[in-house]
Design a protein around this ligand. Sequence first.
Ligand SMILES: Nc1ncnc2c1ncn2[C@@H]1O[C@H](COP(=O)(O)OP(=O)(O)OP(=O)(O)O)[C@@H](O)[C@H]1O
Ligand SMILES: [Mg+2]
Length: 242
Amino acid sequence: MLKVQHLSKFFGKNQVLTDIDLIVQKGDFMTIMGPSGCGKSTLLYQISGLDRDEYEYGEVFINENSLKHLSDSQLSKLRLENMGFVFQKSQFLSDLSIVDNIVLPALQLKKQKKKRIYQRSYELLEMMKISDLAYSTIQQVSGGQLQRANICRALINEPSLIFADEPTGALNSQMSQEVMEIFRKLNEEGKTIVLITHDSHIAAYAKHILFMKDGRIISEITKSTDTDFRNKIEKETKRLGI
Ligand SMILES: Nc1ncnc2c1ncn2[C@@H]1O[C@H](COP(=O)(O)OP(=O)(O)OP(=O)(O)O)[C@@H](O)[C@H]1O
Ligand SMILES: [Mg+2]
């Protein structure tokens, strides 16, 4: 589904990613951990095509398409059709209601009638148990509710791949767990998830964990084959000072 080969990234002279190789299989649930500034967000932006750079060093493939060789409009279509994004901070527009924010990526894609798009967004709001907030503004809802709404927006075009950058970073532990249960359910339903977190409890929801340091992937833990999965996460987290 997603393949990264020899990806490096520089900001000016500052090398932020070094020779990253990575494969995410369909149905995987991967978390990426690492100390602040080690390049996690930069990696996510690169592999999801959000940072439309020249991919000067290395290559990223999504469903066999090399992002390098897509035009801007092809990349934008690929992203809208296949990917959903959830970030720590909401990207919602403050002058629109929750539901009007959620439908935006679908209106952009122009594949379905407006009525059907709104219908789907009400279904998603229901699924996330926030239907009563459809016409609230973002100032009127809690952080946890807003994050659920963000997940609704990420799902509006029924993407197969979901990227999340510290989606629980602004939430308390109760709300974080609720949000992670939603990600777990989405993964069980077949969505592929790549999620960044600082929190070892959050990381433990995943099937795979990649650890980064100074722009490199330095270790990996797999739930199905590594016994003592949770302890290993704790150990690696401590070792890296995350
Ligand atoms: N647009 C940019 N221009 C220049 N340098 C940048 C830019 N974005 C990130 N960097 C630098 O790249 C490095 C990695 O940043 P990145 O945001 O990927 O780290 P991170 O692992 O996500 O950290 P955090 O856990 O704090 O979110 C940092 O040194 C940062 O200062
Ligand atoms: Mg980051």
